[in-house]
Write a protein that binds this ligand. Sequence first.
Ligand code: NI
Length: 390
Amino acid sequence: MPIKNRLSEMHAEITAWRRDLHENPELMYDVHRTAATVAARLREFGCDEVVEGVGRTGVVGVIKGRTDTRGHVVGLRADMDALPILEATGLPYASKTPGKMHACGHDGHTAMLLGAAKYLAETRNFDGSVAVVFQPAEEGGAGGEAMVKDGLIPRFGIKEIYGMHNSPGLPVGHFSIRPGPFYAATDNFTLHLSGKGGHAAYPHRTIDTTVMASQTVMTLQTIVARSIDPLESVVVSVTSLRTESEAWNVIPERVEIRGTVRTFDATMRKVAEERLKTIVTSTAQAFGGTVEIEWKPGYPSMVNAERETGFAVEVAAKISGKAAVDTQCPAIMGGEDFAYMLQACPGAYIQVGNGNTAEVHHPEYNFDDEAIPFGASYWAELVETRMPAA
Ligand code: NI
């Protein structure tokens, strides 16, 4: 069974919603126009319940099936926020706000889930309930966590939850997914190194923070090389190294180093953090300096549940055919805050093809509207397959 006919009919309408969102991007939790638009549409579709302000600016719509013999609730989640990027697509519906842009396709995610909600509210061809979940602040604001902390899962009785993201490079109409760890835990660190500044001609009278920093950066490379099981995947990247001096003849007193640590496994996450702290502290000590470490835990690893991944594969294959579903795609070193929802409830996250476009977070990226019928049909079919009409 390919794309749902009704969703094909709605393609132009959903595309118009998507382009309206694209023109009006909003950041983090300040998605007031977007959330209000979503809530208004859900009410217009005749959702049984529409709740705003879940996790600050999140929106949840409840659609009841024709029957409800088991009290089952399936959650479907989309993200609503944009990025602080100056758009360079030159599209007629490009962002009207310079410096804000839907460069990750969350406009497409929101529009596709709205399309599915409209279809499901019209047809109600299932036994149970659906909670359509629209979250703010996916891009670094942990909006998913905010909604979970606000009781999302018990409040709406969600028993299983699904997420979706578009994927540039994957052909339109294709899906990719994997069971188990899918996206990495993303922890950041800032190191404040202190020594003793002075004249560059007399290094013996200083405690040279640039040498201390260089040694620190190099030794951090041994975490992955020497402390992590070679069969595990871990990344330690230093991304910023700043001294307070721009002169040729001054040894700076302070240096700041920033970077990120990516892991899939909770034990490896702990090992990487502990090794980093030990290396940084003892390196500073060896040079006679000091260091202050800021460790900033980010999103946890996003882990797809085995059983629900199986359901997602089955549904994606119904839409696009088995050959168009990659069931063992490589894990991704980026982060995704749907991780918090998957910690609270079993579920699965799938990628839908966006074709040969610029990468996400690029100023020339655009969501491909041709992906709409596939994504929206996947949502609708997921509900009808998981909770077949009695
Ligand atoms: Ni995204």
